[in-house]
Design a protein around this ligand. Structure first.
Ligand code: ATP
Ligand code: MG
Length: 201
């Protein structure tokens, strides 16, 4: 049981861009797991995606996440991996958060597509020791069961078949973004001219 320390959710991602699938997951896992806060941790260099595609600048992705959670109770954008630099490993992030406050209880939040890769993570055993794993089903991906030696808590959240990949294509094609991204994120994309968007004043 909790010793009274902070119950802290860690929801890591590339967030290129952050969409309703991320936000609905974060607020609902926070509620169901009675977490004090959920940090949306913006990857500096997502080692799993390097070399697969162009990834937006970390500062642009951070700006979009900050815009998405501004004023939302219990959700925060985290710079921890950007400030550390280099490749982003969750094991390092969890260690930093525990060093800051050893009484914290950590919960790593993942979509099912990301969860199946857990055993391949850098120092996966440390991640398993330091945090409870919380998984949400991601529609459009295979149903995930914990890999051998792993266990997780499954939390039901509204299933939204939304991806950053689709949203980037929507910007390129000029298709609607409304209701898939918050107005503040759409504004940030336009102001910064991300994904080839027309820059607005
Ligand atoms: P991309 O298409 O670029 O891979 P993405 O939409 O998968 O982007 P990520 O930043 O890769 O978003 O994902 C960060 C985390 O959010 C992962 O744990 C992923 O499983 C989870 N996630 C992303 N989209 C959803 C969704 N629609 N529902 C539930 N979880 C999601
Ligand atoms: Mg993804």
């Amino acid at each position: 049981m909790s010793d009274g320390g902070e119950r802290l959710g860690i929801f890591g991602g590339t967030f290129d861009p952050p969409h309703v699938g991320h936000l609905v997951t974060a607020v609902n896992v926070r509620h169901e797991m009675r977490l004090d806060r959920v940090l949306l941790v913006v990857n500096h260099q997502p080692w799993q995606k390097l070399g697969t595609r162009e990834i937006s600048d970390a500062e642009d992705r951070y700006a979009m996440v900050a815009a998405a959670v501004e004023g939302v109770e219990g959700l925060e954008a985290s710079r921890i991996e950007i400030d550390r630099g280099g490749l982003s490993y969750t094991a390092d992030t969890l260690r930093t958060l525990l060093d800051e406050d050893p009484t914290r209880e950590l919960f790593v939040i993942l979509g099912s597509d990301a969860a199946v890769g857990l055993p391949t993570w850098e120092r996966a055993d440390e991640v398993r020791e330091m945090a409870t794993i919380v998984v949400v089903e991601r529609p459009g991906t295979r149903e995930a069961t914990p890999p051998p030696g792993w266990s997780w808590i499954q939390v039901e959240v509204p299933r939204l078949e939304v991806s950053s990949t689709d949203l980037r294509a929507r910007v390129v094609d000029g298709r609607p973004l409304d209701y898939l991204l918050t107005p503040e994120v759409i504004e940030t994309i336009r102001q910064r001219g991300l994904y080839g968007a027309q820059v607005t004043a």
